[in-house]
Ligand binder design. Structure first.
Ligand code: UDP
Length: 236
């Protein structure tokens, strides 16, 4: 499968058309941004790690009943995926307080919840991705109630699977962001990526951060954290 023309360039990926109108190629970049694009940088090797980690996890998720956009890994950085229209909701699941949750509610990071939480943000850069509830999403016709129910079911299934898989690698899954898309026949599938860019991973023993917070907060050894996650999860 070959790249035809570039359709889109985002902060961390480029998307290309292919001969198949139902398939596009995503190409993962080493570019990193944070704080609404205010902080910019490069994390060498990130694109390849995020690509391979996402593909590994999506293939496993298919087996536990979560449909995804994954089609075929083409190279270190490039993957063929189903062409979808992205539902403009960032779906965030949390197991432990951190980041914007800790800030918004005035609590410390590291509070372990009895049950995971779910929240939505409206994916809209101009508005800075405001928090949004399901009623708002339905009112704005971003999704139907049935679609919201499906998204919630899949998001919690991803959490169950990911939490367990990571625990076996000595990693606590603190929180993560998912995006869903609709295929040509209106099926909802998991899209985007699952990587240290979109999840918070803490070493289960030491609490060491093994994710993009090292970049956001200038903690150093950013590349090392991505490589460590690749070693633990992919064995390379
Ligand atoms: N997240 C993301 N993209 C975003 C916002 C958040 O991938 O645009 C991820 C983030 O990496 C974390 C989780 O979603 O794993 C929860 O992020 P939070 O709401 O705490 O926001 P942050 O503190 O990252 O601004």
């Amino acid at each position: 499968m070959k790249k035809l023309e570039q359709l889109y360039e985002g902060k961390a990926k480029k998307v290309y058309s292919t001969e198949d109108p139902n398939v596009v190629i995503v190409s993962y970049k080493d570019d990193a941004t944070a704080f609404d694009g205010l902080k910019k940088g490069t994390i060498t090797g990130k694109g390849a790690i995020n690509n391979q980690m996402t593909n590994f996890l999506m293939q496993q998720l298919e087996k536990v009943g979560v449909p995804t956009h994954y089609v075929q890994e083409l190279s270190d950085r490039d993957t063929a995926v189903k062409k979808v229209s992205i539902i403009p909701l960032e779906v965030i699941i949390r197991n432990v307080s951190a980041g914007s949750f800790a800030k918004r509610f005035g609590v410390e990071e590291g509070i372990v919840f009895d049950a995971p939480t779910i929240e939505f943000s409206y994916k809209n850069d101009d508005l800075h991705d405001p928090l949004m509830n399901a009623y708002h999403a339905v009112a704005l016709k971003l999704a139907t109630w049935d679609e919201i129910d499906t998204i919630k079911k899949y998001a919690f299934a991803v959490n169950d699977f990911l939490k367990k898989t990571l625990l076996e690698c000595g990693v606590t899954l603190v929180d993560f962001k998912l995006e869903f898309g609709k295929t040509a026949d209106n099926t909802i599938v998991l899209a985007d990526e699952i990587s240290p860019d979109t999840c918070r991973f803490w070493d289960s023993k030491t609490g060491e951060k093994l994710d993009k917070d090292r970049f956001r907060r200038d903690l150093g050894n950013v590349e090392g954290a991505y490589q460590e996650m690749s070693r633990r999860l992919l064995g390379k």
